[in-house]
Design a protein around this ligand. Sequence first.
Ligand code: PHE
Length: 336
Amino acid sequence: MQDEINNTRNAFEKDLALVTDAKLLENVRVKYLGRKGIISELMGKLPALDSKAKPVIGKELNLLKGHIQKELEKKKEKLSLSASVKERLVDITMPGILPREGRLHPITKTLNEINDIFISLGFKIVEGPEIEKEFYNFEALNIPLDHPSRDAFDTFYIKEDVLLRSHTSTVQIRIMEKTKPPIQAIMPGRVYRPDAVDASHSFMFHQVEGLMVDKDIKFSDLKGLLDLFTKRMFGEKTKTRFRPSFFPFTEPSAEVDISCIICRGKGCRVCSHTGWLEILGAGMVNPRVFEAVGYPSGAFTGLAFGMGVERIAMLKYGIDDIRLFFENDIRFLKQF
Ligand code: PHE
């Protein structure tokens, strides 16, 4: 009998060691503690023992039964613990779920860069309406009635005398109407022209214009300012070139080129093998503009300039089609 008890204990330890889930645990419990289990079978043998052995073996059997119950209980706890840990376990080797991150549109980014440069030089940002009167878009800027750009084909008209501004020079007039010099401002914003859309034209685009008016603004100020701007925008090695040009609202006027940022002036496809890229229109404010806003004649001089933001972004980021900016294709936009 004693041997049987010992064997049962050993067999139970072995069986228990193999238990890995609740079902196996139940099988072991039934095998040992069930109604027809090993323990009750051994108990059944007690009455046949002699009166000396009976209490000793009985006690041993009770101890074994208690031991088995305790061990089963312990195992049960362990199993349920590891099951819930498994449920909660995070596989840290799995790739995470990245939230899609928003970012600034390349035009906004470029605009911010341009603005930041001029803000650091003391310029204020001024905005104006996109729907304008002819006076602000043309007359006050010395663009007479018979000037070709007054033609309905070059400007979107909403109704007579009301149009979508074709440049942000309109804001120059609005500032000067309200403010006495000194003036130092840039005017970013959308402009509209009825151009056929292609890789380099859009009916809507963005401009930044600049205006400085004071008692003694000189052409050399304009040159120095724009040279500094292009170097900050495109890199220290950038050279500028001023070519004589014509704008009704500036006199003298210039087109400003930068040395090609792709080939550094050697000549390539982007600069049509000239080594130069046109990026700005500029000049000294025409006295007739001062007249239109009511400044006393001869009292002030001023400089003005204007640039297309899309063109600058295209050059800076190597984009060859203006339409990409407006198609909202995330594959394009997420590159910036
Ligand atoms: N307004 C001009 C344009 O739209 C740019 C410009 C601004 C040129 C100021 C000279 C001075 O093209």
